[in-house]
Design a protein around this ligand. Sequence first.
Ligand code: MF3
Ligand code: CO
Ligand code: CO
Length: 350
Amino acid sequence: MYRPDRAQPRIALQKTRDYDKVPATKLSACARFIPQKTKRDNKQGHPRCHRMACCPPLQIQDSILSNSILSKKTPRTCEDTLQAQHFNYFIRQTPMTVQIKTAEEIEKMRTAGRLAAEVLEMIAPYVQPGTTTDALNQRCHDYIVNEQQAIPAPLNYHGFPKSICTSVNHVVCHGIPNNKPLKDGDIVNIDITVIKDDYHGDTSQMFSVGTVSEKAKRIIRISQECLLKGIELVKPGARLGDIGFAIQHHAEVNRCTIVREYCGHGIGRGFHEQPQVLHYGKRGSGMPLEAGMTFTIEPMVNLGKRHVKLLDDGWTVITKDRRLTAQWEHTILVTDDGFEVLTRRSDEHF
Ligand code: MF3
Ligand code: CO
Ligand code: CO
C-alpha cells in the first residue's frame, strides 16, 4: 500500500519546477493515470468524468490542473471533485521529489525484483488454453505468500481485489483475474508486483495462449522492443524524455500507438513513487536521471488507435477500438554507468 508518510524523500531534486512537459503538480488518482484532453473536454470546458477507483498520488500537467480545478470554485464533474479533495490532501504534503536509494535499499530492491521475476518464470508453463486467470492468480498468490514469504502488492491496493493483474487481448492494463477460461489464440499480460522487506519489485510480460495470430505476435514483439529500447538509454544524465521519445518512435514507425493515460513510475518502499515515466516525449526534455533512482518502464502499445476506456469495475482499461494491445514491464536501477534490470528473468541478457 502506498503510504504518503513513509514515502518521504531524502533528496529533493526539484521542488516545484517541472522539466519541460513532464507533469509537475501532485494530485491524487492512480499514479499511472494521466488525464488526456479530448475533443469533448474542449467543447464542454471540463475533463471527462473518469471513475478513479485507485488513488495513490498523481501528477497532472499544469495546464490540465489549471483548466479543471484551480480555476473553478465549484468542481463540475465527479472527477473534479475527487481531484480537488485529493489535491488538498496531497499537494501540501508531497513535493515533486525523486528518492535516491541507499546501498541497503538497493539490495532490498534487488531481492524484491528477483522475486517478482521468479513469479513470472514459475507461472509461465501454466498459461495454457482452458486455464482461468483466477487459477493463475491463485497459483501466483500461493507462491508469493508461501514460497517467497512476500506480499502480493496489488491485493487490496486501493481496493484491487486480486493478487496479480491479468490483461487479455484488448485489455490494456489492470485486468482483474476471473473465471473465464483462456482460449487458444489469446494473448495475456501478467503483471506481478511483490513486496519483500518493505520494498517493491514490479514486472510484467506477455504470454501467447496456444497458437496466436501474426498480428498478436507482432504487437507482442513491438511492445517488447519498445521496452528494451527504453531500458538501453538509462544512465546518469540521460533524460526521461529521451526514453519516452525512443519508445514512442519505435512504436510509431511500426504503425503502432502508445497509450498515454498510464505510465511507468518510481518504485521503492512505495508501489508508485516519483518520477512518472512517460512512454512518449521529446528528446532532451524531462528530468535528468541520477544513479540510485529506481523506476519502472512499462509501455502499453496498441495495434489500433491509442485511446483507452476504463470499464465500470473501476480498474479494467481497454482499447477504445477493441484492437489488440500489449505491455512489458521491468523495474530498473540507474547505476553509475548505466542500468541494472532488477526484474531480469533468466532468459534475458541485459
Ligand atoms: N503493477 C501495476 C503497475 O505496473 C499496478 C497494478 S495496481 C493494481 O504499476 F492495483 F491494479 F494492482
Ligand atoms: Co508498474
Ligand atoms: Co506492474
